[in-house]
Design a protein around this ligand. Structure first.
Ligand code: ISL
Ligand code: CA
Length: 559
């Protein structure tokens, strides 16, 4: 397997709106990030992924871009951005920008032109279709509820929007549009960015004829017709030839609905498309048949299945990304750990579990503090368009139970991840001196960066140690993964192997003690602890019948 810097790095995601406000308007900004660069350096991460900072009307918090080459006023100026890049590079860190090119904002100049008339030169930059018998061109629903089509009276046609109606889908069939995008990417790369996280890139190619789903439902999930569509690999290979292959850079494609087989192509080891993708299978473990808001409990057995499938299916063929939360997902300690009594232990256990697998690990801001989900009393306190559209469809129009939907929002809502970073115990957690755009989690008095930095046994320093170990041990990056103790109901355990070297990783996912008995085929002379969330390393140990305490994690090096 080829060695690459982006395999050896740890990525830290910043959601700028919620990271740090420098001027008191309640909105995080670039100068705020710049003021925290030493904090990031201290944590020891190598790459920063910046969620979108481009000009945007913020219908979807920057994922609706109205100018790809300008910085959002609320976040600062291009000079601020340049200062940020320089500050990162000076400290030996890299910058990965978010690239949102499945759709733009409806306020982008291209769309403003496109909707002017059917023969406008920009018409074909978007996906316009006439209606069918007075209805939408097909029955697809958008990710954010309702039809994926919006009617435009002046030209008597509909445009496609897989997300909000202010996010019209770009028409990748059009080579002129594709070239505009490649030029824009080169423009940023020439300014010095080190990579792109590419938003829903596996949705860019839609099935010819845009067929309705079978079954005659008025509105239906049409994913089969646009997820991993017919020409997506052709487009990515073109992007790779035209842009990516010309730079020493890193790419990760966000790919909902991609299987390991798809991933083996998107993230192939030959490097003809992307470096890695974000998959969603493990994020769906607590969704019932009704989808994301049909919440059920996840099981450890399913988690083992899914993670192991991705580790083994991509072995030697492609590279994994490793994440348990981001700006679209609930907080991992609330979802997969225990955010009460064992918050600290379980946050460290989950970090161990993830960072010891094969792939590039991603830390989402606040994860290193063990930040948790939030419960706001009223719907009005939430900001996310996905939450509001869903609530309208299910409760206001659909008559479902308010309390039940609020419960689902508490568990799955994206605003769980978007409450402001908790820097200290002053008002609004030191995020802003003004009024924050989204309320701070009330637990900030206890959970904040200032406390973490004062406490040598904090989650923060545990991450720092994981990051350090990764730099020191090739096996953490390149070792082969194998699941062990498959049927153990409490423990997730696996090994990593590289040449003669072997690591054993053991994670207790429960709040009860668990006995860990290694399989007999794991032979060793001596075992030494590399890292653990309860104990300091001891020189040598026997691992037979080891007791793991609640949410305990241990990593041993076997000789
Ligand atoms: O968040 C989701 C589920 O709640 C996902 O379906 C998400 O919408 C999907 O992964 C695409 O996400 C990306 O594009 C969206 C944007 O809202 C997300 O923030 C972004 O990560 C549309 O631009
Ligand atoms: Ca601000």
């Amino acid at each position: 397997m080829e060695k690459k810097w982006w395999k050896e790095s740890v990525v830290y995601q910043i959601y700028p709106r919620s990271f740090k406000d420098s001027n008191g308007d309640g909105i995080g900004d670039l100068q705020g990030i710049i003021s925290k660069l030493d904090y990031l350096k201290e944590l020891g991460v190598g790459v920063i992924w910046l969620s979108p900072v481009y000009e945007s009307p913020n219908d979807d918090n920057g994922y609706d871009i109205s100018d790809y080459k300008a910085i959002m006023d609320e976040f600062g100026t291009m000079e601020d951005w340049e200062e940020l890049l320089e500050g990162l590079h000076k400290r030996g860190m890299k910058l990965m920008m978010d690239l949102v090119v499945n759709h733009s904002s409806d306020e982008h100049a291209w769309f403003i032109e496109s909707r002017k008339s059917k023969d406008n030169p920009y018409r074909d930059y978007y996906i316009w279709r006439p209606g069918k018998d007075g209805n939408e061109p097909n029955n697809w629903t958008s990710f954010f509820s309702g039809s994926a089509w919006q009617y435009h009276e002046e030209t008597d046609e509909y445009f496609l929007h897989l997300f909000s109606k202010k996010q019209p889908d770009l028409n990748w069939e059009n080579p002129v549009l594709r070239n505009e995008i490649y030029d824009m990417m080169k423009w940023w790369l020439d300014k010095g960015v080190d990579g792109f996280r590419i938003n829903v890139i596996n949705l860019i190619s839609k099935e010819d004829g845009l067929p309705s789903t079978p079954g005659g439902k008025k509105y239906d999930w049409g994913g089969d017709y646009f997820m991993n569509g017919p020409r997506v690999h052709e487009y990515l290979q073109e992007m790779n030839r035209e842009v990516l292959s010309k730079y020493d850079m890193m790419t990760v494609g966000e790919c909902p609905g991609a299987s390991p087989e798809d991933a083996a192509r998107y993230a192939n080891e030959e490097g003809t498309e992307l470096n890695m993708i974000f998959t969603f299978e493990h994020m769906d473990l607590d969704s019932g048949p009704g989808g994301k808001w049909d919440v059920k409990d996840w099981t450890l057995a399913d988690l083992k299945d899914v993670m192991t499938k991705w580790q083994k299916d991509l072995e030697g063929r492609g590279w994994n990304s490793l994440y348990l939360n981001n700006h679209d997902q609930p907080r991992m300690v609330s979802r997969f750990g225990n955010d009460q009594e064992y918050r600290v232990e379980s946050a460290k256990m989950l970090a161990t579990f993830l960072h010891m697998m094969q792939g590039t690990p991603y830390i989402y801001q606040g994860e290193e503090l063990g930040m948790t989900n939030v419960k706001f009393d009223s719907l009005e306190e939430y900001n996310d368009i996905e939450i509001h559209n869903m609530y309208r469809e299910k409760v206001t129009e659909g008559g479902e139970d308010h309390a039940k939907i609020m419960e689902a929002i508490y568990r799955k809502g994206r605003d769980n991840a978007r409450t402001p970073m908790q820097w200290d115990d002053s008002e609004h957690a030191g995020f802003t001196i003004g009024t924050p755009w989204l309320k701070v989690n009330p637990n900030y008095k206890e959970i904040n960066a200032e406390n973490a930095l004062k406490d040598p046994s904090s989650i923060f320093y545990y991450y720092k140690e994981l990051n350090r170990l990764r730099k020191e041990h090739d096996i953490i990056v390149y070792g082969t993964y194998d699941l062990i103790l498959e049927d153990n109901p409490q423990i997730y355990a696996y090994t990593r192997s590289l040449g003669e070297e072997k690591l054993v990783i053991m994670c207790n996912f429960t709040k009860e003690n668990a006995t860990c008995t290694l399989p007999e085929d794991i032979q060793y002379e001596s075992a030494s602890l590399l890292i653990g969330n309860y104990v300091e390393g001891t020189a040598e140990e026997r691992l037979e019948g080891l007791q793991l305490r609640p949410y305990e994690a241990r990593v041993y090096r076997l000789n």
